[in-house]
Design a protein around this ligand. Structure first.
Ligand code: SF4
Length: 345
């Protein structure tokens, strides 16, 4: 059976070539073709000998995702839906901020999600499977082309914040980070990558050990266990004490920034008492709070908090010495905003 060649790191590819009596240094060239040029066939690897290309063809496959649809929001956000080789669909979102030269891509890591956060459209989908490293990176390669065409700029930042929980697809996510930051891959600094997690404490610690330079965002959304468990079932096994301990570890071992993501939900986590609880959690290590406006997903469970109240909440945090930004919702007209990804077109 042929093996998907894009599952290998460069070292693994070297080993595979060696094991079959091929020259190991060819791994670098193959790797560049696969990741820098994004080729879809061995035939296109023109600096390899015909014999080597034939051998590759006989033993390996290049599985790539293909663009299915693209939707353009009036605010510049672009949502792209991709079809995987087995027919499953996933989405990525490009969020451009041209005035800051910042073009952020939000990538998916799983088809569906098993964590069932109450405010999230993906959480209502069945968890189907993990994405491979290649399927994660293809989102970057393909949306980068759109970004260059539309904005004459390449993607500058990646957040693993689309469909799925990245830390539950740990091995593949780490491999994708390695390839994206490799010199022969995309040569993008890990400082420009952010892993966003619903909060799996032991995996946060592991990430600090394995990939200390990436940034970490915790989807906090409530600063006390009772409220958090109501909207995020994962909190039952990973309560705030355990999570803060893991983040403390991350802040000591890791070199990346830590952010708390906090979606404001009307009558749930929007009082001054909530802000005080949140400020208390920010005291133990350096962390920034990102307040996010809620995007209704049509189930009537939660409502958006009005803008003035959001601003009051944010300035209360600022008064308490917390570093805060308010992220106004983007791409809401095409269901591309935070928590809205569910393969609707
Ligand atoms: S917010 Fe993230 S972890 Fe929670 S259900 Fe949605 S995709 Fe899964």
């Amino acid at each position: 059976m042929k093996i998907n060649i894009r599952q290998f790191s460069q070292d693994e590819l070297k080993q595979a070539l060696k094991d079959h009596g091929q020259q190991a240094f060819r791994a670098k060239q193959i790797y560049q073709w696969l990741w820098q040029h994004g080729v879809g066939s061995f035939e296109e690897m023109t600096n390899l000998s015909k014999d080597l290309r034939k051998w590759l063809e006989e033993n390996f496959l290049i599985l790539q995702i293909v663009q299915d649809t693209a939707q353009y929001s009036t605010d510049g956000t672009i949502k792209v839906r991709f079809k995987l080789f087995d027919g499953h669909l996933v989405e990525s979102v490009l969020i451009p901020v041209p005035k800051d030269n910042r073009y952020t891509l939000c990538v998916s890591t799983q088809v569906g999600c098993s964590l069932s956060c109450a405010f999230c459209a993906t959480g209502k989908m069945k968890m189907e499977r993990n994405l491979t490293p290649g399927e994660i990176i293809d989102q970057l390669v393909l949306v980068n082309k759109i970004c260059e065409e539309k904005y004459q700029h390449e993607i500058t930042n990646i957040v693993y914040m689309g469909m799925g929980e990245p830390l539950l697809n740990y091995k593949n996510v780490i491999k994708s980070i390695e390839i994206i930051s490799a010199e022969n891959g995309h040569n993008m600094s890990p400082r420009r990558l952010t892993i966003s997690t619903a909060g799996i404490a032991k995996m946060i610690k592991r990430l600090a050990d394995d990939s200390p330079r990436v940034n970490l965002a915790l989807s906090l959304h409530a600063a006390d266990d009772f409220k958090r468990s109501q909207i995020m079932p994962i909190n039952e096994k990973n309560n705030l004490d355990v999570l803060m301990d893991a983040l403390d570890y991350y802040s000591k071992v890791g070199k990346g920034n830590i952010t708390f993501e906090y979606i404001m939900l009307n009558h749930l986590n929007d009082t001054i008492e909530d802000a005080n609880n949140l400020a208390a959690l920010c005291r133990s290590f350096r962390v920034k709070v990102n307040i996010i406006e809620y995007n209704p997903i049509g189930d009537g469970l939660f409502a958006k908090v009005d803008t003035e109240k959001v601003d009051r909440f944010a300035s209360h945090l600022t008064q308490k010495g917390v570093l805060v930004t308010v992220r106004r919702s983007r791409g809401g007209d095409i269901d591309a905003a935070c928590g809205q990804l569910a393969n609707k077109s």
